[in-house]
Ligand binder design. Sequence first.
Ligand SMILES: Nc1ncnc2c1ncn2[C@@H]1O[C@H](COP(=O)(O)OP(=O)(O)O)[C@@H](O)[C@H]1O
Ligand SMILES: [Mg+2]
Length: 482
Amino acid sequence: MRLYRKEGNTVQILCFPNERAEKGDYLQIEDPKQGKGFLIQVIDVQFANIPGILEELLRDATSDSDEINGRDLDPLEVTSQITIIQDARLLLCKIRGTIQNGKLSGSSDWLPSRSKSITKKLATPTLATLLKITEKMPIHVGETKEFSPLKVDATALDGKLNIVTGKKGTGKSHFSKLLVLSLANYGAPVVVLDLNGEYAQLGLTSDGKKSPHYETIHVLTPASNFKVGLAQIQLRVMINILVHALHLPGTSTQEFRRIWRFLKEHTKLSLHELGEAIRNRQCNHHVKDALFSRYYTLVNSGFFTDDPADAITLEDCFTEIRTGGVLIINLRDTSFVDRQIVVEYLLGKLVEMLACWKMKAVFLFAEEAHLYLRETYWNDIVTRMRHFGVFTTFVTNQPDTIRENIYRQADNIFLFNFTNEHDLETVSRAAKVDSETVKSIARDLPIQHCLLLGRVVKDFPIVVKVRALDVQTMGQTRLFFA
Ligand SMILES: Nc1ncnc2c1ncn2[C@@H]1O[C@H](COP(=O)(O)OP(=O)(O)O)[C@@H](O)[C@H]1O
Ligand SMILES: [Mg+2]
């Protein structure tokens, strides 16, 4: 490989047919005289456009017929040279830093010698060592191109906001499961908002046996084994449910507050009593109708119960996962409105627990969050709730459902394949690395391969083939012809 051009932070390298280099690979341009080298990453591979190449190719195509006539067209035996030139490739690379005395710095303000410098591949494990990306708590995420394991540090996810995104079926949920299990293994409490019921079998191995994690994984299904009594709910949370999920107007909300306080004072907070209180209330009939319709939505959600034997205390569930465990909220068979009610309740409780230090922090995994998270929660999650210790990972195949300010706050982006220009554009604007890199590499990522961006890789984008997990997968699409 030879250094050909440098423009800004872009470098072009000539690569000959016997040398292999692919998108995402890291190379090192060593200048022995100056005693330092550039660390660069291949972001695109093209043919080298040499003057006269078109003519040469055309001549090649016609020469085949001449050979049949027995004429030797290559008396000087230059064909092999010409094929090398024809197959030579040009690697478009981005400068990621300078390596000097085995140390990496971000500078790129010098120029290596074009004639003397040596360009060679830098194996990903070497890079990982150089970057010191695993120090304390390694999470084995997968294999590099050299078939060596790539491990990232769990602490690079701590206190962070992460996004897992890519096309459907590329392995996002699988990757999230890997993170969930690894974090729980290190003793972290994890909550998963599981939209499709894909995480429910996380405690079982692929052949249906109990895995070592079995005891630490708890699945809560709303209206089934996840019901709550009204007395456990704070008025503030209930009002949030009524206003944000059920769109109760202001005057009716005031009335509801009065009813709730009255019932609470007389320790009569129950669904039954609430219904009676609304029925007997002397108030405007519009207000009464509004309250009744919301009341019936609450009742019909099946999420609330008056039977103490039926109700669970979420505090106890959180306590169980406090020293490492997973709480999966299975939202699969829950309607749009009911999902919002459940999530509103859950997040309310979570913040309550964290605020009084009953828990240190929680890792929250949210699949397709736009389907249950209300508008104002998005900003809350990246600011206020993060401050309380809710560290969120959004998982989505629709990157445009996550607002730009969320992306800007994201510490890690785990990017899977995207082919759609619009999606690529959205993600590339958000990542902390240049958009060309993101677009070019993500477009050609094979499935189950992930481009790691952000803190986990110290802002040096690395491609990894995500490792398999021995858990029961439920992400498969249901098929007729199978
Ligand atoms: N790295 C991997 N190794 C083995 N199987 C995988 C891997 N990634 C994904 N899968 C499988 O591929 C299928 C689709 O993956 P999934 O994570 O559900 O995709 P997505 O969430 O992006 O739609 C699942 O059956 C999953 O088990
Ligand atoms: Mg999925």
